[in-house]
Design a binder for this molecule. Structure first.
Ligand code: NDP
Length: 399
């Protein structure tokens, strides 16, 4: 019998939904590169339901209880009095979503002697101290590709909404106005601009593919050069991020957070961007220096900043990104549409079936295994820890 400790975000303020805006979500069987979407033996949920909040339970309860395991689901994840910290010493498996991350710091891992598997329901396992997981022999797995396209769509939406000044224009209508000049005095066309992605993995390359018809100049930088992508999309490669930001009007960040990328966008790098550039970050908040971004918006060095990722999460009420000018921030939502939830819930189920039946977890799902970075983790991460400062998440109070 295993204790499975699952941290999910709260249900909607008005209660768990009893009906949905649409009757179904499209069934996707393969991703762009041919990888199959998750293939669990069975699912106990209807795709399109809210699975990522506490009452949705990622559709796992029946499966786990039928096999004799104990499932604890909570949103109470921060601080020493939290349900998460209380249950952690007995947990063999922790499941968490990046949107509402249960930070598994070295200190918490030390309090969890039975912990063997940390599953990310989604993509991005930076909320786990990967170095500590390596040293303790904990397997870390995520559902690679499950929400990459969801995020790429969000990136395109945010680029367009910043460049075209959509959010303030919408606000004028809500407020009863018709202030065209106010709306358009910061509005431009994307056509003809230079757009670059920091990392061209699953999300970054999907953003480039989606932007191609907009008749923009496309750029990328990445740890590995991608000749096929360059040829197919006529994308310009930059050997480093400085070279990319100097020529781009719009920069989108699509790299994982790990020691190489933590605070990559600081005052110095933002200072090398074109004046009035737009920065869209749906990768991880900590890739940007929080205060440097706010300063650059105040000074006009950046014309806009948008994204859905913060550090820590949830962001405290006084986080400067809530109040800085010309931003288009949302809570961390881009990878947790109802469509994405169906895929990553099925992926978590697939990982757990493999774990309990002692079958190998797909290589592309592994981040840490056997005391080292493995699978997708060996390709895209570097060893180390990016969780420091996460205890500040306890400062958030809902309401
Ligand atoms: P991939 O693994 O497909 O792509 C990551 C890419 O980043 C790889 O091409 C990798 O290079 C590259 N990379 C790693 N380090 C660097 C670096 N220092 N400089 C430049 N490139 C680098 O992952 P996805 O595209 O699916 O996801 C990317 C990230 O987006 C996730 O790690 C996660 O943090 C975030 N994300 C956010 C979501 C949200 O809801 N907002 C949801 C899903 C993901 P290479 O492999 O060539 O070494």
């Amino acid at each position: 019998m295993a204790n499975v400790l699952c941290v999910l975000y709260d249900d909607p303020v008005g209660g768990y939904p009893t009906s949905y805006a649409r009757g179904e979500v499209p069934k996707i069987e393969r991703y762009y590169d041919g990888q199959t979407t998750p293939t669990p033996e069975r699912i106990d949920f209807t795709p399109g339901e809210l699975l990522g909040s506490v009452s949705g339970e990622l559709g796992l309860r029946r499966f786990l209880e039928e096999r004799g395991h104990r499932l604890i689901v909570t949103s109470d994840k921060d601080g020493p009095e939290s349900v998460f910290e209380r249950e952690l010493p007995e947990a063999e498996i922790v499941i968490s979503q990046p949107f509402w991350p249960a930070y598994l710091t070295a200190e918490r891992i030390a309090e969890a002697p039975r912990l063997k598997l940390a599953v990310t329901a989604g993509i991005g396992s930076d909320h786990v101290d990967l170095q500590a997981a390596i040293e303790r022999g904990i397997t870390v797995a995520e559902v690679t590709y499950s929400n990459s396209i969801s995020v790429s769509e969000h990136v395109v939406m945010m680029i367009l909404s910043l460049v075209r000044n959509y959010i303030p224009s919408y606000q004028w209508v809500v407020d009863g106005g018709w202030n065209i000049a106010d709306c358009v005095s910061r509005a431009y066309d994307l056509e003809g601009m230079q757009v670059g992605t920091v990392a061209a993995g699953r999300i970054g390359s999907a953003v480039l593919r989606r932007l191609k018809p907009f008749e923009v100049g496309l750029h990328y930088t990445d740890r590995h050069r991608l000749p096929e992508l360059e040829q197919d999309l006529n994308v310009t490669y930059h050997p480093d991020v400085e070279s990319l930001v100097r020529v781009c009007d719009v920069v989108t960040i699509n790299a994982p957070l790990h020691p190489e990328t933590e605070h990559l966008f600081d005052d110095e790098l933002i200072g090398k961007m074109k004046r009035g550039a737009y920065l869209v970050n749906t990768a991880r908040g900590k890739i940007c220096d929080r205060d440097a971004v706010a300063r650059a918006l105040e000074s006009g060095q950046l014309a806009g900043y948008a994204g859905d990722v913060w550090f820590p999460q949830p962001a405290p009420k006084d986080h400067p990104w809530r109040a800085m000018p010309h931003h288009g921030m949302t809570p961390h939502t881009s990878g947790t549409t109802l469509s994405a939830q169906a895929r990553y819930a099925a992926g978590v189920r697939e990982i757990l079936e493999c774990w309990f039946d002692e079958r190998p977890i797909r290589d592309e799902y592994l981040i840490v295994d056997g005391g080292k970075l493995a699978g997708a983790g060996a390709h895209s991460y570097s060893p180390g820890n990016a969780t420091s400062g996460s205890d500040e998440a306890a400062r958030f109070t809902a309401g």
